[in-house]
Design a protein around this ligand. Sequence first.
Ligand code: NAP
Ligand code: ZN
Length: 347
Amino acid sequence: MLTVNAYAATSATEPLAPTTIERRDVGPHDVLIEIKYTGICHSDIHHVRGEWGPADYPVAPGHEIAGIVVEVGSEVTKHAVGDRVGVGCMVDSCGECVNCRKGEEQYCLAGNTGTYGSVDADGNPTQGGYSTHIVVTEDFVLKIPQGIELDAAAPLLCAGITTYSPLSHWGAGPGKKVAVVGLGGLGHMAVKLAHAMGAEVTVLSQSLKKQDDGLRLGADHYYATSDPETFDKLAGSFDLIVNTVSAKIDLDAYLSLLAVDGALVNVGAPPEPLSVNAFSLIGGRRSFAGSLIGGIRETQEMLDFCAEHHLGAEIEVIPADKINEAYERVLASDVRYRFVIDISTLS
Ligand code: NAP
Ligand code: ZN
């Protein structure tokens, strides 16, 4: 066992605080990673505050992990000491079900093992990347290509893949009109990725405060959803809408913006149920769908795509003692566009 420094939540209401956690010994198929940077995802906040259901405490969150391999097990073939690597939202899955065999481990029928808040094969709770080291089975470790700095790469492991996967699945590309709802961590990556895929990109944000940034990140158009005229003007115009909002929104209003056969894909995971009027779908043969992160193979594909297109996340690097403050800023939509923890401040 390895005892390492971490930052963890001890209850749904207390601020996160410094602590130590245990990492398992490096097994034959394991990789020990010295974590350099970890992104703060809004899911970390939903989870530690018990918004998706009760959590087990203490929990060190963090599933946007970038670091360096410092030790490998005797049977490891994919990674070597010194490699630049990443870990996203999953650290294991059954490997045998139909979805795992297709490389869509996120939809493992036995349930994938989350990077934190799950139970590992050895029966211990998993703990995430707000910590100095992590031990992960080699199949769930990604390679971070040269050309992307580790700090800007960390958010790709969740925000990047969560938006890349639906953009790719629903065919974002030349000739396609794609709207992104919410310009936060996921939203800003959706804009960069959809633009790089060749789509015409529109941001639908609550206000015009971040318009200059949105256009700089690759959006062609930018509208405020607080302005009711936005919904009249854009009615029936998009092939794909990716909703990244962490709260409940009026889905019927957004569905009215889809062209015939268009799809509104929810990646935002608000705690409250969302409601849909059937007529919003019937009226234009429209679809309402969801999407969960992406599989390991697709995550590597996304990282390679980002390297090829010189894409990383727009980040604000913070020391660990600013995590609680960063949470409040994320909740106030005051993030530009991902907080990333400098893990050296934990050691
Ligand atoms: P984030 O950085 O907080 O971004 C969310 C954005 O939504 C905000 O920046 C804001 O953008 C907009 N927003 C927030 N509250 C709103 C409200 N009440 N009404 C309208 N718009 C609002 O969060 P994130 O890290 O990108 O995560 C977004 C959501 O995706 C979370 O629910 C998270 O749990 C979920 N998630 C899902 C997956 C998956 O696999 N499906 C993976 C990761 C995260 P504007 O200021 O531009 O309006
Ligand atoms: Zn996440």
